[in-house]
Design a protein around this ligand. Structure first.
Ligand SMILES: [Zn+2]
Length: 351
């Protein structure tokens, strides 16, 4: 099936397939080092992950970062999501956690507090060079073809459906990707403004959220009602399939004892646009929190167990949703198979 194992965690995910990218400039004052080399140096010096004890109760602080122009969870739904996730974490991962609700913060204030980190030269590569502008179709096609070539034809048919004879996979997938991402970018907020208008682009950008997660001090997890989607170098196949949308992620944290922080966006569950209703398929309203909490627990697998992305067995919570039909993904999970026990050498040493 897979010719090459895919890395899951954001950093590994970013590295996967980016070696072909030529750094475009050097950072003034940093001798002749390119922004890419500076970023790699920074990454290499991050400490290795320590295991997190299973026989203890862990308190994880959850902050709700809110864009008031977008649909949001009600207070009742938020607390149901936290309680459901605690129970599922015990049942599916074997960890006792308490999710403490820190309340809400506006997305503008949250991003202002992170602004100095976005300007740090260590992240210039991540923030400025990794994203691909949709107008640069050649770069996008090149990046997607780098990923596609790792997979067999039968895998691609299962993942993306059949294609017409004579059409190249990278062309087919790139066209689908562009259509999906453009559909997301055309979404409108409560006031009829496009989500991706220039003064709020950062709020939708994965590299900015990665930096924010790394420097998160007051919380260990952020639940935000924004959407995180865009094109960038090294996207894994399941992100390509979703049109560049990030369901959620976990990465390094520089402050907390877990050495990890996670971000869980909820827009893809809450938008009532034609695109998202079609992409989600039939998600019954009374199942939404339950499905969301499974996505949360999938991320907690990365956070607590340090488990990399899995592709089998079928029914495992550790397999990422491959498209926006989260309800279908949820129905495939078989609780009786859990918790899985992974040998230490199968777990991540680095995010
Ligand atoms: Zn994952």
């Amino acid at each position: 099936m897979l010719k090459a194992p895919l890395a899951i965690f954001v950093f590994i995910l970013l590295f996967h397939g980016v070696y072909c990218v030529k750094p475009r400039h050097t950072i003034p004052g940093q001798s002749d080092k390119t922004s890419k080399e500076i970023f790699y140096d920074f990454y290499k010096n991050l400490p290795k992950l320590r295991p997190i004890k299973q026989n203890a109760i862990h308190t994880l602080r959850v902050l709700f970062v809110e864009d008031h122009s977008l649909p949001a969870l009600s207070p009742k739904q938020k607390s149901a999501l936290l309680r459901e996730t605690e129970l599922l974490t015990k049942r599916l991962l074997g960890y006792n956690i308490h999710l403490s609700d820190l309340g809400g913060e506006s997305i503008r204030s949250f991003f202002s507090s992170m602004d100095k980190h976005f300007k740090n030269p260590s992240y210039r590569y991540l923030i400025s060079e990794l994203p691909i502008d949709l107008t640069d179709e050649r770069a996008l096609r090149h990046s997607i073809s780098q990923q596609v070539r790792d997979y067999s034809n039968s895998f691609l048919i299962r993942y993306f459906g059949n294609i017409r004879q004579g059409v190249l996979w990278e062309d087919h997938i790139t066209n689908r990707f562009i259509w999906r991402l453009k559909s997301i970018q055309k979404e409108k907020d409560h006031y009829g403004r496009e989500l991706y208008n220039t003064d709020r682009l950062n709020h939708r950008s994965l590299p900015h959220w990665i930096v924010a997660a790394m420097h998160l001090k007051k919380a260990d997890f952020v639940i935000t009602n924004t959407v995180i989607a865009g094109a960038r170098q090294g996207m894994p196949i399941y992100v390509i399939k979703r049109g560049g949308l990030t369901s959620a992620f976990v990465t390094y944290n520089l402050h907390n004892p877990f050495q990890a922080a996670g971000i869980l966006p909820t827009y893809q569950f809450l938008s009532q646009s034609a695109f998202f209703r079609w992409s989600r398929g039939n998600l019954p309203a009374d199942k939404m929190i339950r499905v969301m909490s499974h996505v949360f627990v999938h991320e907690l697998g990365h956070f607590l167990l340090r488990v990399p992305e899995q592709y089998n067995p079928v029914g495992s919570i550790h397999i990422a949703p491959r498209d926006l039909n989260y309800y279908r993904w949820y129905r495939r999970i078989r609780p009786e198979l859990h918790p899985f026990h992974f040998s230490r050498d199968k777990l991540l040493k680095r995010y």
